[in-house]
Ligand binder design. Structure first.
Ligand SMILES: [Zn+2]
Length: 327
């Protein structure tokens, strides 16, 4: 076979964009007519050339008769093959029986697990980790990698918005808070109103290039909040509390101990309402005496900045730090 011509970056981009679009469909299949004679046939041919768009086993419901180009014929398996290259045929009311190649008779599809395996290879995780399905047909675990001196678990996911709750639960079980990286074909904007709003999500299109051998991944680090320090210098907020386990106070990063993080999260979940210390102790599985001073011993400035309390054992987040948008 002749080597593939250099089809250029533009076609690669369109192909990657169509690949992302197709994977986001509930059923990522294409009818043969779309692949061979639709207006994006050149893009789909590229996806076939790089072997991500492959022939499925099921027969298409109908294909355009290539003799008359008008009638739609239904592919059926030949009982007696005319020739090996025509295992199917269809009967056109105008033209009679038309022999069909498998490629013209069966569906084409993209298999998301294959994309997950490619990514696992492209990020160079394959020697240590096998791709593991996490949420059926939606989320795969690719492996682990250290970034910014912290171990991260890397996933590939599709249709994240549709299964956000299930995926969020799975992530809670499989990675420490803020240590997940989800590479996805889903439009990240769609996740803002879902339980995945504060997860580390990286668009596949931003980091991957399509090559003949699969993906080449570049630049993943640039999308990781662990390494991307916020540029505003005087910010005071809990904006990156979940993703990075730090509070920003006048632009300084104050790292949060697991207990302080848990405390803040309980107050955040209360949306600014008062929470009694009994409830906090319970939610944090506190055994011994609950002393706020102990919990915030080395985080006094965090307490003073973000939290208010009364004498009756109630605590709440200062109103300016309550983020109501995330719901
Ligand atoms: Zn015909």
């Amino acid at each position: 076979m002749a080597p593939l011509p250099d089809l250029g970056a533009a076609l690669n981009d369109r192909a990657l964009s169509d690949l992302c679009w197709l994977i986001e469909q509930p059923d990522p299949r294409l009818a043969p007519d779309a692949v061979w004679c639709g207006e994006r046939a050149d893009v789909f041919q590229h996806l076939r050339d790089v072997d991500v768009l492959t022939l499925a086993n099921d027969l298409a419901d109908g294909v355009l008769c290539r003799e008359c180009g008008v009638e739609v014929i239904r592919p059926v398996a030949c009982e007696e093959r005319v020739a090996d290259e025509f295992p199917y045929r269809g009967c056109c009311p105008e033209c009679g029986w038309i022999p069909l190649h498998a490629e013209h008779a069966r569906w084409w599809h993209i298999q998301p697990p294959k994309v997950a395996r490619w990514l696992n290879g492209a990020i160079k995780l394959a020697s240590n980790y096998r791709v593991e399905p996490v949420v059926d047909g939606v989320l795969w675990r690719l492996g682990e990698r250290e970034y910014g001196r912290r171990r991260h678990v890397i996933f590939f996911g599709r249709r994240l918005a549709e299964a956000a709750g299930t995926i969020n639960d799975a992530l809670n079980n499989l990675s420490a808070p803020g240590a997940e990286i989800i590479i996805t074909t889903t439009d990240v904007q769609r996740l803002r109103t879902t339980p995945l709003y504060n997860r580390h999500v990286v668009p596949l299109r931003a980091i991957a290039h399509l090559k003949k051998v699969g993906f080449v991944v570049e630049n993943l680090e640039a999308f990781l909040p662990v390494l991307a320090i916020p540029q505003t210098t005087d910010e005071t907020s809990l904006r990156v509390m979940h993703s990075r386990r730090v509070a920003l106070i006048s632009g300084e990063e104050c790292s949060l101990s697991p207990r302080v993080y848990a405390f803040l999260k309980i107050l955040e979940d209360a949306d600014g309402d008062e929470v009694h210390k009994r409830h906090i102790a319970e939610a944090m599985n506190f055994d011994g005496p609950f002393r706020k001073a102990d919990i915030f011993k080395r985080h006094k400035v965090v307490f003073d900045t973000f939290i208010e309390a009364d004498n009756g054992g109630h605590y709440w987040l200062r109103p300016e730090f309550v983020n109501l948008e995330r719901r």
